[in-house]
Design a protein around this ligand. Sequence first.
Ligand code: NDP
Length: 285
Amino acid sequence: MSESIYAELRERISSLKSKGVTPGLAVVLVGDDPASEVYVRMKGKKCEELGMHSVTVAMPGDATQADLLKKIGELNGDGSIHGFLVQLPLPPHIDEKTVINAIDPKKDVDCFHPVNVGKMLIGEPEFLPATPAGVQQMLVRSGVETKGKHVVVVGRSNIVGKPMAAMMMQKGDGADSTVTVVHSRTRDLPSVTRLADILIVAMGKANFVTADMVKEGAVVIDVGTNRVDDPGSPKGSKLVGDVDFEVVKGKASAISPVPGGVGPMTICMLMANAVSAAERAAGTR
Ligand code: NDP
C-alpha cells in the first residue's frame, strides 16, 4: 500500500530537484532508547532511498533542555532542512511541551505543534499527523467508504486517538464519519466497539480486542505496537497489535496486520509531510 504513495512522492521529489530543491528531513534523537534508535534509523534510511537530504542529530541522554532548544533553533533557521522532528519520548529532565512549542510550525512534520493541531482541527491542515494520516490513507486506498459510517476510535492520546477522531469527523473524502472515542474510563467498552463499522484501535494493550468486541463485517485497523515474549523466536520476543488478529480476522471484512500495517504507513506519511514542507518552501504548493 505504501509503495503507491512512495511512487507519487518520488515524482514530487524529482520535480523539486529539477528546480534545485532537495527536500531535507532532520530527526533529533536524545539518548539511546533502543526502540527510538530503530525508528530514527528507519526514517533516515527511507529518506535516503527517496533521494532526500537526511540528517540525524544524535544528542547524549544527559543533554540539557537548553542544548536541545539551541539545536531546534538551528534547525528552524537551516534552509536545507524543510522539516524535522524530535523523537519522543524525551528523557524525564526535558519538558516535551516546551520542546514541541519551539519547533517552527512550518517545519513541524510530526504535526504536534499546537498551531498545527489547531489548523488540523478546523479543517485547514498545514500537515496531518503521520499515524492517523496513514490510517486514513489505508482506508481511502483500500476503497473503504467512510462517509456516514460509524468510526469508533479506541484511545485518546494526542499522538493517535484525538487527531484520528478529529480527522474522521471532518468534511470530505476519507472522512465524513460519525465518530465515537472510547478510553480507559469508558463503561462497557465492548458494547461501544461492537457498534463500529470501522474500528480503529490505539491502546498499547497486546491482543486486547477480541472477536466478541467486533461487529460482523467491520473494518478493523490496529495501530498498537506491543513487544511480547515469544520463547519460540530467535529474539525471544515479537511485535503484536492491540487486536487479537487470529480471532478477529474471521469476523472482520478487512483487518490490518501488526507488524506491516499502520507502521509502514506512518513512515510514509512522515516523508509526505517533509516533501510538502519543501514544496511550500519552494513556492510550488
Ligand atoms: P497512549 O498510552 O498515549 O494512549 C493509550 C490510550 O488507550 C489512552 O487513551 C488510554 O485511555 C487508552 N486505553 C488504555 N487501556 C485501555 C483500556 N483497558 N480500555 C480502554 N482504553 C484504554 O498510547 P498511544 O496512543 O501513543 O499509542 C497507542 C498504541 O499505538 C501503542 O501500542 C503504540 O506503540 C502504538 N503506536 C503505533 C504507531 C505506529 O506507527 N504504528 C505510532 C504511534 C503509536 P486513557 O486516556 O483513559 O488513559
